[in-house]
Design a protein around this ligand. Structure first.
Ligand code: PEP
Ligand code: MN
Length: 334
């Protein structure tokens, strides 16, 4: 349920209202906007007398929210939210490009790619240390040693870093990571989501291979219900019957998620298509559809990459893509 309160309500009246609602065993999420304040009620609201609330002169509207996601719901927080990580904002008009290799392979590789993507206009550096591979015989990432190299690249370039977590047990290793990524395969690892919710770390959560947008929002809700509201949603392609591309980019996820939720939405065109020459057109279409950012895989020598070389851009291709994306962003500004 949401209760919209006029901003001219006296402080005491407002506090009395919040106390009265909380007294009915319901949690209140307060979102203050320019003209009105939205109270989002979470819990069993069935016994709350909506007519009584509607009758109060400081209340302008009472609506029951039927969707199971509450904190992530735009009705609870009508304005766009943004995430701030390592001093850089993403969302609500701040377009952010995350770029870097699929996996961290060596000091030389990650530093070289970090410098190149920074020079080409990336806002964040990505690199996988713990890799979720389909086969246990494939390269599993450099794990803790990889994280150390990523931190070195952060020191060298000043770029905030994004890397994937695969188990809550590894959280102590992620202390200096700016954005923790939950990969598609772990989108519904609910125990891990709850642990991430107890931290204040920005979390980038990718849509599962065969998950609906509602399921993605319920996963965000798991994190938010524990008190962490710093979430970025990521569309990375879904499984369909099409085999020409690795996955199928669901571009409609961008405007649809923006309608349903206030959270920033980014697109990963690399995993969506799996083919480097398709990355640029998909990145441009994501920007045109209103995405708040992109995640793009870049490697200094894609042919030699230990993981996802076929979809990785060279630094030059990335620079060209980033430049074109920025032109699209300018073109769609109102
Ligand atoms: C990744 O970003 O490296 C990755 C494994 O992506 P996804 O979880 O979307 O497959
Ligand atoms: Mn990858």
């Amino acid at each position: 349920m949401i209760v919209v309160v006029n901003n001219n309500a006296a402080k005491e009246q407002f506090e009395n209202l919040v106390n009265w609602i909380e007294g009915q065993n319901v949690r209140v999420h307060i979102s203050t906007g320019e003209f009105q304040t939205v109270l989002g009620l979470i819990g069993d609201t069935s016994r709350i007398d909506t007519e009584l609330l509607e009758g109060l002169d400081i209340v302008s509207q009472v609506t029951r929210v039927t969707e199971p996601f509450k904190n992530a719901n735009r009705k609870f927080h009508p304005e766009n939210s943004y995430v701030e990580a390592g001093g850089v904002k993403l969302g609500d008009g701040h377009f952010g490009i995350i770029a870097g290799p699929c996996s961290i392979e060596s000091e030389e590789q990650i530093i070289e790619v970090a410098k190149a993507v920074k020079a080409a206009g990336a806002d964040f550096l990505r690199g996988g240390a713990f890799k979720p591979r389909t086969s246990p015989y494939d390269f599993q990432g450099l794990r803790a040693d990889g994280l150390k190299l990523l931190l070195e690249a952060k020191k060298e370039t000043g770029l905030p870093i994004v890397t994937e977590i695969m188990s809550a047990e590894h959280l102590p290793l992620f202390e200096d990571v700016d954005i923790i990524q939950v990969g598609a395969r772990n989108m519904q690892n609910f125990e891990m989501l709850k642990e991430l919710g107890k931290t204040k770390k920005p979390i980038l959560i990718k849509r599962g291979l065969a998950n609906t947008l509602k399921e993605l929002l319920m996963s965000a809700e798991y994190i938010m219900s524990e008190g962490n509201e710093n979430i970025i949603l990521c569309e990375r392609g879904i499984r369909t019957y099409e085999t020409a591309t690795r996955n199928t980019l669901d571009i409609s996820a961008v405007p649809a998620l923006h309608e349903l939720s206030h959270l920033p939405v980014i697109v990963d065109p690399s995993h969506a298509c799996g083919i480097s020459r398709l990355v640029k057109p998909l990145a441009l279409s994501a920007a045109a559809a209103g995405a708040d950012g992109l995640m793009i895989e870049v490697h200094n020598n894609p042919q030699r990459a230990l993981c996802d070389g076929a979809q990785s851009l060279t630094p030059e291709q990335f620079a060209d893509t980033a430049k074109a994306v920025k032109r699209v962003i300018e073109a769609i500004k109102e």
